[in-house]
Design a binder for this molecule. Sequence first.
Ligand code: T3D
Length: 262
Amino acid sequence: MAYESIRYERRDAVARIVLDRPKVLNSFDRSMAKELQAALDDAESDPAVRSVLLTGAGRAFCAGQDLAEALPEQGEAPPIDGIVRESYNPLVLRIVRGSKPVVCAVNGVAAGAGANLALACDFVIAAEEAVFIQAFVRIGLVPDTGGTYLLPRLAGLARARALAMLGERLPARQAFEWGLIHEVCPAGELEERSFALARRLAAMPTRALGMIKEAFAESLGNDLESQLELEARLQAEAARTGDFAEGVRAFREKREPRFSGT
Ligand code: T3D
């Protein structure tokens, strides 16, 4: 697929995806959502890709839904559920259920669907100036893009309620202190630090990382017995990988392992 609203490139084993509609703060129209879905599919199916880095062009990460596309007409509500189902739900599922680690470099404001898309990623590194805004309520909507699922689990119910119901700006530093994100850094270091993390992940045992993602995703809905059984199944699968054999060999030979992602 030819991309117009995003940029997709592979650097080493990292697929770098840039949301690229800076004039509207990288807000999502249908076309950008489709392109991002396709880019995540490309990264998932390309064996040379072992981690994904997602960021935004210009001064924002993403301002959520492009409101020019979702305005009520003559008092009629626009078909917003269709946009949510076709644009955002598939993105969250690709990030959370995908088998490769996703690092999100939040370079500026992340609002509405943009905030929740970022929080769905495995690692979020934000520039000090970045803010997260559950902007939905400011325009009379409710959080989507997995916000009502992830926020209480990441922040606790009291903070999740306040974020969603008040719609205030959450500075990156506070998001870090509340445990919503992995790291905060000066804007000038964001690109280097986020790429370094994505490259580090890309050199790790890719299949085990995918199984760790699966285990944590399932744990959010599983009881203890089911989760213990899942761990046993995943461990058996991990033990059949080439990277497990290499990890053990390297340990015995007292050297650093060279994981191939197989
Ligand atoms: O279909 C559905 O609606 C369902 C799905 C919903 C998912 C959602 O994401 S709902 C939430 C949608 N997003 C918002 O409500 C956020 C709207 N934007 C803002 O509140 C502010 O722009 C920000 C707080 C994000 C940033 O403020 P600031 O002061 O730094 O920038 P600005 O001046 O407001 O925006 C700069 C430009 O980007 C401006 O255009 P202009 O005047 O220079 O031509 C502004 O209109 C444009 N822009 C910003 N956000 C959006 C946008 N254009 C379209 N859609 C946007 N979401």
